[in-house]
Design a protein around this ligand. Sequence first.
Ligand code: UDP
Ligand code: MG
Length: 156
Amino acid sequence: MERSLILIKPNAVQRGLIGEIISRFERKGLRLAGLKMMQLDDTILNEHYAHLFERPFFPYLKESMMVTPVVAMCVEGLDAVETVRLMVGATNARKALPGTIRGDFSMSGEQNVIHASDSVENAEIEVKRFFREGELFEYESAITSFEYGHEERARM
Ligand code: UDP
Ligand code: MG
């Protein structure tokens, strides 16, 4: 089953949005495979945001990600990576559509409440970066047949 890595950023922790954000994924029907609080440091952020190393905002981004612990989540579902990105919305939250998490809860392109993996390949790497094996859980949803149709279940 496809998995995606989500981080609830320090700005959302400060603003009391943890429950609201977790709740959106839960209500959508994405299965929670892992959930924990973590204090991020230089090492993990240099790795996680390596693609942005050259950008002028890189030091500010890193600093903003260490202000409080983050909440790391691994969610699972059919086409989970793309579905989660749609729910998260555009990077610049002022341009994120209403109804998306960034669109509903942020005015910023930096303090944009949440991180989500942007491709299936990156999701696999990111889930491993933030979760050890024993921290991820496999369990059957008792209501899969009410969450997905026949053909979809065959793809799972
Ligand atoms: N970011 C920023 N300024 C920018 C672009 C990105 O501060 O002009 C921050 C923002 O917090 C964003 C993160 O860097 O979420 C990672 O950037 P990326 O392009 O990977 O966007 P995302 O995948 O988070 O939508
Ligand atoms: Mg990204």
